[in-house]
Ligand binder design. Structure first.
Ligand SMILES: *Cc1c(COP(=O)(O)O)cnc(C)c1O
Length: 413
């Protein structure tokens, strides 16, 4: 069998998975379109603002559209939020005060947040006397969360102000959360102390499901525009959406106390953020289909994949475990060679701050570092697993899958 045949065969198996992904994309696209209609997004909203950005109607309308799309009361979306980590940092500093505790209920948060939480001497949460605790996930039949442990901490420690969860598995080997998983968590937290905020790192999770976390009472969802909600078009930025109160508090860390989200020049970014959002549900579906194709083909070859091709998906990340450094490196290099930009570059493993081993990455993207465009990351350590995500079109994703498969040895029959 050759790579082409394996891809064709996988697509036959994937017919019902693909039609489910398309149905979710149709639903979310109609929700997004409806939000544009409802807020009467107009030509004038796409214009450039400068200076303080007073009366930037486009910015305010974009905020309102995002709020509606995320089933939230309020939101802000800004090109000057430099990354997902920055957006999450704004949210956490907005809600937490000295003496409060941040309780993570999905174990240790994403690597890049370590500086925000624990950093020394740079104004981290720890520097401001904000404590940190965490609970590992239970992944039992009853709940992905260890609800008993969370309950006992909330009852015994009244300094907990934020309960924090990461929806996507990110670069770990646990299952990703689904939006409805937050229903039970929110109910438990609010039944013990109403004033505790539930905050969700939504990176990679947007538009993969019919519902977003605020549908289930989450106070804040936070994400990056160079992932799902930017549709591969937004060139930088992040968003925060949630309850009016929590979004307002976060907005005072976005700019300054007293000013909040009322100012900020868009410098022309609004057009591409709207444009990206208009296709974001579709683009997310392209990434989901590409991930499912990777899963199906590599499963057929005997590799461990997570999720499996027909598993429910609530983020765009696909893991393939190679168990061998050379295969892993060849895979990442093949992903790079199937990228629109920098296809001639050969990535090699190299050290990265915050990691205890070398990392190899493929990211040949129009927007630097974008991971809604096809990209792959892998730490060079056991079990030699790669995290691959993105593809702005399924057709390009499919080419990439085929190219990586050409590395595998095939017997012609
Ligand atoms: C990408 C990501 C982040 C951080 O975003 P950056 O833009 O890389 O700073 C945080 N959490 C998860 C789950 C992510 O996927």
């Amino acid at each position: 069998m050759n790579a082409y045949t394996l891809v064709r065969q996988s697509e036959v198996y994937l017919a019902s998975t693909f039609s489910y992904i398309d149905a979710v994309a149709s639903y979310n696209t109609s929700k997004i379109l409806h939000a544009f209609e409802h807020h009467e997004v107009s030509e004038r909203h796409l214009s450039y603002s400068t200076g303080y950005g007073y009366n930037d109607d486009g910015r305010d309308t974009l905020d309102a559209v995002f709020a509606e799309v995320f089933d939230a009361e309020a939101a802000f979306v800004r090109p000057h939020i430099v990354s997902g980590t920055h957006a999450i940092t704004i949210g956490l500093f907005g809600l937490l005060r000295p003496g409060d505790t941040l309780l993570s209920v999905t174990g240790m948060p994403y690597d890049t947040l370590k500086g925000t939480i624990f950093g020394k001497g740079q104004g981290s949460l720890a520097d401001f006397g904000i404590k940190y605790r965490d609970v590992e996930m239970a992944n039992s039949e009853k709940s992905p969360f260890d609800l008993a442990a969370i309950e006992s901490i909330l009852r015994e420690d009244d300094s907990v102000k934020v309960v924090y969860a990461q929806k996507s598995k990110g670069y770990s080997l646990r299952p990703s959360l689904q939006s409805h998983d937050f229903e039970q968590l929110v109910r438990l937290v609010k039944s013990i102390r109403r004033e505790v905020y539930v905050v969700v790192d939504n990176c990679y999770g947007e538009f993969t499901e019919y519902r977003e976390p605020p549908n289930y009472g989450v106070d804040l969802v936070i994400g990056s525009l160079i992932k799902n909600p930017g549709g591969g078009i937004a060139e930088s930025g992040g968003y925060i959406a949630g309850t009016k109160k929590a979004v307002e508090l976060a907005s005072y860390r976005l700019t300054t106390p007293g000013i909040g989200a009322e100012v900020g020049a868009s410098l022309g970014a609004t057009r591409n953020i709207f444009k990206g959002l208009s296709i974001a549900a579709h683009v997310t579906a392209q990434s989901l289909k590409t991930a499912a194709l990777f899963a199906c083909a590599y499963d057929a070859l005997g590799y461990e994949v997570s999720p499996k091709h027909n598993d429910y998906r609530s983020d765009i990340v696909q893991t393939i475990t190679f168990g061998d450094p050379d295969k892993l490196i060849r895979f990442v290099q093949a992903v790079q060679s199937a990228s629109f930009i920098d296809s001639q570059v050969k990535p090699v493993p190299s050290p990265m701050p915050g990691y205890d081993c070398d990392i190899i990455m493929a990211s040949g993207s129009f927007t630097l570092g974008s991971s809604i465009e096809i990209s792959a990351d892998a730490p060079l350590r056991e079990p030699y697993a790669v995290y691959v995500q993105g593809a702005t079109t399924y057709e390009a994703g499919r080419c990439c899958v085929e190219k990586t498969l050409e590395n595998e040895v095939f017997d012609e029959d």
